[in-house]
Ligand binder design. Structure first.
Ligand code: EPZ
Length: 404
């Protein structure tokens, strides 16, 4: 089974296309509703955008807007990653505070304090942010108190065309940051150190278009591996980047799965009965990814023994726990800690997705449950998984999509 391109790389890459003033071609872009919204925002800003299958072409030679309408900000909080790119291209930007979401508050204090340091004036008026750059963006030393992925991306996008050099310390190290740096450098930027916690960006005069292949989605891969493990199915994943899965593969091995990596392919052979997970702590990359917490918790629900999860990244990323217990899981949550007592089997029920990865976790659990499980609000799942039901059906799952 082929793994689709990374959602969390595609979104900042599409925003980065604004900086080139020419034509960019992105291959391996996943067909997801979040990508659809991002393309709408680019068109609203003035770009010509064509999609053919997984290839998206963006021509940003004509930009005639600098705002992101409120409804799109509400629908997709990660639109905040446009802020740095719009400012760098037009010198001004207007968008809303991205509000709270299913994962708890989504503050953007790190984004805003960094942009102010770079010379951006920001004032808030009834929930809208009015940003402007009077004398051009100037490179600065930016130190983050937390290695925020989005804030790192925003500073990179805001400073590749700035005057002077920017040094980001305590930068996010996720593979999506490296993918963004590779794209920007292919467009003529000078970004060094991506993937480490110190990134140096030397501002250049202008960027040109380029052609780029989006990295595979490591979270979609981890989700498919959880589905295989929870149903005791051996599967082969193609088009993965093994290095990006290093934080999650040991967890599958601890659960008793045998994993064979050959180039860009990964085969998983699960045991008869999964072993429990002593302690799964979500951390910034290269630690265990918070986005894989829910699907892997679904797998742990049927392990033989007790597993412990600690969610260190988001304040409330356990919305799937209540729904998993409706399927017969035994889970106790105390603050950031979730204790899962493995059960012999789960039983199908009607459950509700409340966020992207939690929704995927309910599908994973439903695959192992006896009887039929109906997962409602699949629109959350469509934000980050390309035709999940078709993918799982091709892997042998008995799964259909009903009209919402
Ligand atoms: C990105 O979100 C991903 N989204 C998330 O994936 C992912 O969970 C997250 O990184 C962590 O890996 C995209 O890339 C589009 P953060 P982002 O800034 O950038 C706090 C998914 O399921 N914080 O690293 O928003 C924040 O509240 C999504 O695909 C501040 O306090 O993540 C959170 O607790 C969900 N102030 C933590 O840092 C800020 O200014 C991590 O946030 C920014 C963040």
């Amino acid at each position: 089974m082929r793994v689709h391109g990374a959602k969390n790389s595609t979104l900042p890459l599409l925003a980065a296309c604004l900086l080139c003033g020419g034509e960019c071609v992105l291959h391996n872009c996943p067909q997801l509703s979040d990508v659809g919204i991002t393309i709408q925002i680019l068109r609203h800003l003035g770009c010509q955008v064509q999609r053919e299958g997984s290839t998206v072409t963006v021509d940003s030679s004509q930009i005639h807007n600098f705002d992101i309408p409120d409804e799109w900000m509400r629908e997709m909080r990660s639109s905040i990653v446009f802020l740095g790119a719009i400012l760098a291209r037009t010198g001004k930007a207007e968008l809303s505070f991205p509000g709270g979401c299913e994962l708890g508050p989504r503050p953007i204090d790190l984004h805003l304090s960094a942009l102010k340091k770079l010379g951006v004036q920001i004032h808030e008026d009834h929930g809208r942010l009015h940003c402007s750059v009077r004398h051009g963006l100037r490179g600065k030393n930016i130190g983050f108190s937390f290695p925020s992925v989005g804030a790192t991306e925003n500073v990179m996008l805001a400073t590749v065309l700035a005057k002077g050099t920017t040094v980001i310390t305590n930068a996010a190290c996720e593979p999506e940051i490296c993918d963004l740096a590779a794209f920007l450098n292919a467009c003529g930027a000078r970004v060094q150190g991506a993937g480490s916690s110190t990134i140096v960006i030397q501002g250049v005069e202008h960027l040109h278009g380029c052609e780029h292949h989006v990295i595979p989605d490591r979270i979609a891969a981890a989700t498919l591996l959880s589905a295989a493990a929870v149903t005791g199915s051996g599967i082969l994943l193609r088009g993965i980047e093994p290095a990006h899965l290093e934080p999650v593969l040991p967890v599958f091995e601890e659960a008793g799965c045998e994993l064979i990596v050959r180039g860009k392919e990964l085969t998983i052979m699960p045991p008869e009965r999964l072993s429990p997970l002593q302690s799964v702590r979500t951390m910034p990359y290269p630690g265990f990814p918070t986005d894989a917490q829910a699907p892997i918790m679904a797998m742990a629900c049927v392990a033989q023994g007790t597993s412990v999860f600690v969610e260190n990244i988001f304040e409330s990323r356990y919305k799937h726990v209540g729904e998993l217990t409706r399927l017969g899981a035994r889970i106790k949550v105390e603050g950031r800690v979730a204790v899962i007592e493995g059960v012999g089997h789960l039983s199908g029920a009607s459950v509700q997705a409340a966020d992207l990865r939690g929704g995927a976790a309910l599908v994973v659990a439903g695959l192992a449950a006896e009887g039929v499980t109906q997962v409602n609000h699949v629109r959350y799942i469509d934000r980050g998984y390309e035709h999940l039901e078709q993918t799982l059906a091709q892997l042998g799952a008995n799964i259909v999509r009903l009209d919402d």
